[in-house]
Design a protein around this ligand. Structure first.
Ligand code: DGT
Ligand code: CA
Ligand code: CA
Ligand code: ZN
Length: 576
């Protein structure tokens, strides 16, 4: 006889049989197995004794069929029928059934309709919005699934910076209107403009004794779904979108050090604290103290704090402890591109392609932002690209752009194109058409899973096309969805720099590509950068801030970016 099985273990086997039968879509039987499992689970007497007296069939809900199975379990410690079911269903699908809100029936639906056979596949499908369209699921269940997977994997769900910036700004500006609030700023990763954020942090300075009023206003904002906690210094809420917002309220004297502390990153702070210790000070969110005497040293703001530590001001985007403190100390920290140094947008899509707005509208919106030029770069016709332009449509677009340019003062519309790079590095348009355009972006849009060697050859071949000016979203990543393509980026940077081709920093919220780390690496090769919003509507021109933020986080200065140049200098660079 095998190891003695207690009632709970027998019940667990029967429950699993029930789940697997249900996943397989078998009717009625799962109910019977589950009922039997429940009876055994709640039985006060040892099941083996009942079996010994040959009285199994007398228990409620246990017929001859299940009694036979139970005898096998008690005898062998296992059940051949279960082993067979496990093989048929596969471990991944069974795991799905364990996710709250899925269960066996829905696990089967997901397996049949989407071929999902693992938690990882489930996560990917949820992120791509494939689950919400299945009957019985919705956006909410998709979110719950992601949250549960995140919790299981021991990490919190992350959100796109581009999605969360407007949310944070709305809350910040609502609170800024309160008479009690003297100063207020985003903090944490959202202030550092990290491409994904765990939660939204906001820091406010309020009048003495008025923190409660600020907290009350915060927790009753219309966006708030539930309040996790609220106290005089910190409150946390969750918004309907599932993102957590932490608000901290400090006194005006503490604001400077608190802003530095809560902006982070944690690693940057730890390095700074070490510097303070070397000077005999202790640094915390509350201020700077002389360790020996315990006296507080006054700090008037973030800049003052860095100055006290013998450093120039370090921009929030750089505070990742990736060498910025050492560089600041040596005076070699580059002055990163200011957000308002960008003079034009080099990647826009119109309603002739897969965008929403006509050239005229995009141009007006760009002019309102103070730009001197934009480049319209719809997709060239190529396999898998929706609404791509063929040479005839490109010629029609040329007429439209000429007309807009005649109407407009102070803004030049450049006629560009975004070509897909074919598997062999070719572009899908004849040289003659490319030669007539003002700007050519070449991007990889298909077959992203190529081996690194082939992918590098493919991209490098495209760079050698005489007409290419910009390599679009070079890393090929999709944030929270797809890892970067396998590609020897340094080899690409070297080739691009040598050929005078700019690397795009794409501001689409799910791209932010080149990533900051890539920008930093590319600088070593003397690369040039082209910032593009990749906007598909005029409202999305603001995505330029995400491109600029990425450049800043990658230590890129204004003179390394081609679209900080005047219209004439940009044209000179383009050779047009
Ligand atoms: P996230 O939310 O995961 O995108 O990243 P952060 O950087 O916003 O992190 P969060 O929200 O946990 O904390 C906000 C800031 O507070 C963080 O950037 C630095 C500061 N902080 C938090 N925990 C610690 C800590 O243990 N030590 C130090 N020195 N600073 C901390
Ligand atoms: Ca945070
Ligand atoms: Ca936080
Ligand atoms: Zn693209």
């Amino acid at each position: 006889m095998a190891a003695k099985m207690d009632n709970r273990e027998v019940a667990a086997i029967l429950y699993e049989v029930a789940d697997l039968l249900e996943i397989k879509g078998v009717g009625f039987k799962p109910v019977a197995y589950r009922r039997a499992a429940h009876v055994i689970e709640t039985l006060t007497e040892d099941l083996a004794k009942v079996c010994g007296r040959d009285e199994l069939e007398e228990l409620p809900g246990i017929g001859t069929h299940i009694a036979t199975k139970i005898r096998e379990i008690l005898k062998k410690g296992s059940l051949a029928y279960l082993d067979r079911l496990r093989q048929e269903v596969g471990p991944g699908v069974r795991e799905l059934a364990g996710i709250a809100g899925i269960g066996p029936k829905k696990a089967m639906v997901l397996h049949q309709k989407l071929g999902i056979d693992s938690i990882d596949a489930l996560e990917a499908a949820a992120r791509e919005g494939k689950i919400r369209i299945i009957a019985g699921f919705g956006e909410k269940s998709e979110k719950n699934i992601l949250a549960e997977i995140a919790a299981r994997k021991g990490r919190a769900a992350r959100f796109l910076l581009g999605d969360m910036l407007p949310v944070a700004e709305k809350i910040r500006s609502a609170l800024a209107l309160l008479p009690e609030v003297r100063q207020i700023s985003p903090a944490g990763s959202i202030r550092r403009m990290k491409e994904t954020i765990g939660d939204i942090d906001i820091l406010a300075a309020a009048h003495e004794g008025s923190a409660e009023a600020v907290m009350a206003a915060f927790t009753s904002l219309p966006e708030v779904d539930r309040v996790l906690g609220s106290g005089p210094t910190k409150s946390s809420v969750v918004l309907a979108s599932g993102v957590q917002v932490d608000l901290r309220v400090v006194s005006e004297e503490q604001y400077g050090t608190a802003l530095q502390y809560f902006t982070g990153s944690k690693d940057h702070n730890i390095a700074l604290r070490r510097r303070a210790l070397d000077r005999g000070w202790s640094l915390s969110e509350y201020g700077v103290k002389e360790t020996k005497t315990g006296t507080n040293l006054p700090v008037t703001g973030e800049e003052d704090l860095y100055r006290m530590l013998g450093l120039p001001f370090i921009e929030p985007e750089l505070r990742e402890n990736r060498g910025e403190i050492e560089a600041a100390e040596k005076g070699t920290l580059p002055s990163v591109v200011p957000y308002d140094a960008v003079r034009g947008d080099l990647h826009l899509h119109t309603n002739r392609g897969d965008g929403e707005d006509p050239v005229r509208e995009l141009a007006a919106a760009a002019k309102a932002r103070g730009y001197g030029y934009i480049a319209v770069c719809d997709h060239a016709e190529s396999p898998g690209i929706p609404r791509g332009l063929n040479p005839e449509k490109i010629a029609q677009q040329q007429k439209e752009i000429e007309a807009v340019n005649r109407e407009l003062d102070g803004l030049v519309v450049l006629h560009g194109i975004e070509c897909s790079i074919g598997p062999d590095g070719s572009l899908n348009l004849p040289a003659k058409v490319l030669g007539d355009l003002d700007l050519v972006i070449a991007s990889v849009h298909s077959l992203l899973r190529m081996e690194a060697k082939e992918m590098t050859e493919r991209v490098t071949a495209a760079l050698h096309n005489d007409h290419v000016d910009v390599l679009g979203h070079p890393a090929g990543r999709l944030l929270l969805k797809r890892e970067p393509a396998a590609l020897d980026l340094p080899a690409v940077f070297e080739a691009a720099a040598g050929l005078g081709i700019a690397l795009e920093i794409n501001g689409s919220p799910s791209r932010m590509d080149l990533p900051d780390s890539g920008c930093r690496k590319a600088r070593e090769y003397g690369a040039r950068f082209a910032l593009g919003s990749d906007a598909h509507a005029s409202a999305a021109l603001r995505q330029m801030a995400l491109a600029a933020a990425t450049a800043r986080r990658g230590w890129v200065s204004a003179d390394e970016i081609v679209n900080t140049r005047s219209p004439a200098d940009l044209r000179a660079w383009l050779g047009r």
